[in-house]
Design a protein around this ligand. Structure first.
Ligand SMILES: [Zn+2]
Ligand SMILES: [Zn+2]
Length: 415
């Protein structure tokens, strides 16, 4: 038997219901804030990610699925959503500002472990062409509103500022001189990071590196006037809201294009080290990819991590009550089909098995499929103009007049 690839997931029907619940709530909320849907290809020129996500980032460096196609073009499965969205805005000359949302699979060749998948779905937002710190705040507000809407109640938002191209070089200098006599204590990855992109050392999970980072100077204390003003205003919006947040001075996020605000969402049920999503401001990305200057901010949430957190929390949406119509012969089958049509017209989800099995066998099927209710149509019921409604949990049966069935079901099924 051929099995699925390592680090990739089948979403089975039980989780599928929860996934749909998450997505539909996400779409409902972002539309309230004026976001429109965008879909970009899963496959892009690898160069797009080299230029945006950054050649020194772990994602591009180690985790991308990159290969040559039959015409020797170097392509990558997208590791994240933002670069494709920005490329699409530039290429299709969309007017700015734009508020866009996307959802779809992302691919990273990581070592599979809890919550880390090689194919995972992201729900993302991009505000392109707005520079106010209010946009940074609003995007966090949307995420938190979404979390509470789906009953994910234990989330905290971590925030930080990593400055801009004006103030970051000064910090880098100070940071490098701080590291000077500690190089041998850094992990091999960080020794390499120190040469290519020292800020990324803050991302390292290695214990020894964490210790060094703890004592180190922080980028937040080296912000230029503009960046500091932006961060202060952003914090004051957060302060006035009832969003639970913490400043995390080590939060730099693993992407090259971030400027000023960075943030991350964590769910206590998954543990502090695993985030369910995050994002930040990226004021220069559009220009770097060949477009106009357009200050922007966005986030991406991991759909599977939200699913795992919800399951961990046991705050799952209530299961939909389901119903099966069963029948005792071919004549009753045609009567049953009419009833099923009527139920569906009235938004009552219902199932009928067309295989003409015995009542006993159909009841067994209903049981296997976890049906909450069964409507039985037999010769006797047809003669009397009624249906038999069976509650599969209590086993109680009730005879209902044909005309009253919809009314009765709406009462018990709660549609
Ligand atoms: Zn700055
Ligand atoms: Zn390290």
């Amino acid at each position: 038997m051929t099995k699925r690839l390592k680090g990739m997931l089948d979403i089975l029907p039980e989780d599928g219901e929860i996934i749909n619940f998450i997505i539909s709530n996400f779409e409902k909320i972002v539309k309230l804030y004026g976001f429109s849907f965008i879909r970009t290809p899963i496959l892009e020129y690898a160069e797009l990610y080299y230029r945006s996500t950054g050649i020194t980032s772990d994602i591009v460096n180690k985790e991308m699925y990159t290969f040559y196609d039959k015409k020797e073009r170097l392509l990558s499965l997208r590791p994240e959503g933002t670069p494709g969205v920005i490329r699409a805005i530039i290429e299709n000359q969309l007017v700015l500002p734009q508020r866009l949302y996307y959802l779809g699979p992302m691919f990273r060749y990581e070592r599979p472990q809890k919550g880390r998948l090689r194919e995972h779905y992201q729900l993302g937002l991009e505000i392109v062409g707005e520079k106010s710190p209010y946009s940074d705040f609003e995007i966090i507000k949307i995420a938190n509103q979404f979390f509470s809407q789906i009953f994910l109640k234990d989330t905290t938002t971590l925030v930080n500022s990593i400055g801009c191209e004006k103030c970051r070089p000064k910090f880098k200098e100070v940071f490098l001189s701080y590291l000077k006599d500690k190089i041998e204590f850094l992990c091999p990855d960080c020794q390499e990071r120190k040469e290519k992109n020292p800020l990324r050392i803050f991302d390292c999970k290695n214990e020894k590196c964490q210790k060094i980072i703890k004592e180190s100077p922080k980028v937040k204390d080296f912000l230029c006037f503009e960046c500091k003003d932006h961060f202060d205003k952003f914090l004051s919006f957060l302060e006035k809201s009832n969003i639970k947040y913490k400043i995390d001075e080590n939060l730099v996020r693993g992407l090259d294009y971030y400027t000023k605000t960075t943030f991350e969402f964590i769910s206590e049920s998954l543990g502090e080290k695993i985030s369910i999503g995050g994002g930040g401001r990226y004021d220069n990305l559009m220009k770097e990819l060949g477009g106009n200057d357009a200050p922007s901010v966005g986030f991406a949430l991991g759909l599977e991590r939200i699913l795992f957190a919800l399951k961990e929390n046991k705050n799952l949406p209530k299961e939909k009550k389901t119903l099966m119509v069963i029948y005792d012969c071919e004549d009753s089958f045609y009567e049953a089909l009419k009833l099923v049509d009527l139920l569906r017209e009235n938004n009552i989800p219902s199932y009928i098995n067309p295989d003409l099995e015995s009542l006993k066998k159909q009841l067994k099927i209903a049981d296997k499929l976890n049906m909450k209710y069964v409507i039985i149509i037999g010769e006797r019921e047809r003669e009397k103009g009624s249906y038999l409604l069976r509650d599969m949990i209590s086993g109680k049966q009730e005879e209902i007049e044909k005309e009253k069935i919809i009314e009765k079901l709406k009462e018990v099924i709660n549609v």
